[in-house]
Design a protein around this ligand. Structure first.
Ligand SMILES: [Zn+2]
Length: 551
């Protein structure tokens, strides 16, 4: 706590100095701009002066004209809109980067096209070696239905094949993969998982839910070299900064991922800032090294410990109090029970870690909150900023408890727009309380913007449109009461993300003393038709005073 206080004091003094910076010359002034600062004291500006990695001053064109020195570079933005860099508060960048580097991208619109992609990879892969795909989505294929083992057998009969759903909680395998993982017809479902079976014949279909994927992960060789991991971060950071994302919270990293972020930063290949949550299973390793949340710097910082309570929204396995529409016996899956969540969270909390628990369904959120409430009673800590990762299906009672705890929800920001077709399985009534950004804000909760990429697209303009319109790509409206304004969505996507990592004094708004992370947009999202926000071009992205993307 002391360190944090010191840093805040330092920044405050830097901010005050910046207003009369006689000895601090700006290196760069962006002027003639429409700056949406997300700073309540100074919401609009025309110009921003930058020195090194930081913002020196923010004001009108004439005010900042005076601040410029002879060597100051000036860029006339011609009235373009500038917003703070976006913070994706729950995403899986290293994981996604490694997949983009090595696996078959199955984000394709028919089973036939997916078969072609597998067939293609099979021609370049020695028979018997694994072929792994990702980003398959059962609701996005025109020829319908889920991938079946026969479909995959037909494409690659001599290779074990594992195709991951874009949500990451389910997978689809072929016959050889079942054989390699030792999954036989008579094998019972594991706890917290399910092997899909044909309702008529009871034969395995190749579909795997939640922990039923574990036997496969044990036999799929997915060893990347340290250099490949660095390259994976390079690749994904380039993809993300192009869309205006300047900071990410890796929601579930391994120590190797943390190393990859450090390596990529050191080699100059990583373009974004990372707050890195660590999987619970590695808590002992981290504790043994004396590490806890907050260690690092503004580029790569150790985040919280990540726990998992239930299933997924996009794959419809989240644990709900009322069943899925059309499946009266299906309430979803609880991956870890209340005792496990409580004990894991308590251990991490006691060791000084921030805790984030994946909880999508209302049952899982209730369990998670009860665990946090109990921990705070038993060992109270000032400002623990407990996080409820996703926190999708809520109720007025759950929201009240979240507000009381000061906890932070990180709901999916692009799901209404992108995953509209899956929303029917939740139903219109429940959608009124899903991704409940309006209700969170009204309760004073600092809800964040999050993609969960790969499961959800990470483009911040899609997130803004989705939150503001609550309308999917086909025009269906889901939970209109949860609409927020562009201004609110912008704050959620920037300053609230900074708060969720204890970095609100460092970034998240365009104000003196903060890091110079910002985005130049082709149009003002407050001025365009909200249904067209997604088309706003991201023209430039700056991180730490340097352009990392110029379109
Ligand atoms: Zn996630």
């Amino acid at each position: 706590m002391r360190n944090r206080q010191t840093r805040r004091d330092f920044l405050a003094s830097l901010g005050a100095m910046a207003l009369a910076p006689r000895h601090m010359e700006p290196e760069l002034i962006l002027h003639n701009a429409n700056i949406l600062t997300v700073d309540v004291r100074n919401p609009r500006a025309q110009a921003v002066a930058i020195a090194g990695e930081r913002i020196l001053a923010v004001g009108s064109n004439s005010e900042l004209q005076a601040a410029g020195a002879a060597r100051t570079k000036k860029i006339d933005l011609g009235g373009k809109t500038v917003v703070p860099g976006f913070i994706d508060a729950h995403t899986h960048p290293a994981y996604a980067g490694m997949r983009h580097l090595r696996w078959v991208d199955c984000d394709l619109r028919s089973i036939a096209l997916i078969q072609d992609a597998i067939r293609q990879r099979a021609t370049n892969t020695p028979p018997g070696e694994w072929i792994v795909g990702f980003k398959y989505d059962d609701t996005k294929t025109s020829d319908g239905g889920r991938l079946r083992r026969e479909d995959v057998d037909a494409a690659a009969p001599r290779h074990p094949v594992f195709i991951e759903h874009r949500g990451g909680h389910t997978a689809y395998v072929n016959s050889l993969a079942l054989e390699r993982a030792g999954v036989k017809e008579e094998l019972a479902d594991p706890p917290g998982g399910q092997f899909d079976r044909d309702p008529a014949t009871h034969r395995l279909t190749g579909g795997l839910r939640e922990r039923a994927t574990e036997p496969f992960w044990k036999v799929i060789p997915f060893q990347l070299t340290r250099d490949e991991r660095r390259q994976a971060v390079k690749l994904i950071s380039k993809m993300m900064v192009q869309t205006g994302v300047t900071s990410v919270h890796d929601a579930e990293a391994t120590p190797e991922d943390l190393l990859a972020y450090q390596d990529a930063h050191e080699s100059g290949d990583s373009l974004f800032r990372v707050y890195c949550f660590i999987q619970y299973q590695f808590l002992d390793r981290m504790m043994a090294a004396g590490v806890r949340s907050g260690l690092g710097d503004e580029w790569v910082r150790v985040g919280g410990i990540k726990l998992v309570c239930d299933g997924s929204i996009s794959e419809r396995t989240a644990r709900l109090s009322k069943p899925y529409v059309g499946r009266p016996d299906d309430f979803g899956i609880l991956v870890h029970d209340e005792m496990e969540i409580y004990e894991q969270a308590r251990r991490a909390h006691e060791a000084g870690w921030q805790v984030g628990t994946h909880a999508n369904g209302d049952v899982a959120i209730d369990i998670t909150l009860r665990s946090y409430e109990r921990i705070q009673r038993e060992m109270p800590r000032h400002d623990p900023r407990f996080r409820v990762e996703h926190c999708t299906v809520v109720s007025p009672q759950l929201i009240e408890r979240i507000a009381k705890l000061g906890a932070i929800p990180t709901p999916f920001s692009t799901y209404v727009y992108y995953h509209g077709e899956k929303m029917r399985e939740y139903g219109a009534e429940r959608l009124g309380w899903m991704f409940a950004v309006r209700s969170f804000l009204d309760a004073g909760i600092r809800v964040t913007q999050a993609s969960d990429y790969p499961p959800g697209p990470f483009e911040p303009m899609m997130a803004l449109q989705s939150s503001v319109t609550r309308t999917d790509s086909k025009g269906n409206v889901w939970g209109p009461k949860q609409k927020v304004t562009v201004e609110e969505a912008l704050r959620v996507g920037t300053l609230h993300g900074a708060y969720a990592s204890f970095e609100e004094s460092l970034k998240g708004s365009i104000e003196p003393g903060k890091l110079a992370d910002l985005v130049v947009l082709g149009q003002d999202p407050m001025q365009v038709d909200p249904m067209t926000i997604i088309q706003i071009p991201v023209e430039r992205t700056m991180v730490g005073g340097k352009w990392v993307f110029e379109g």
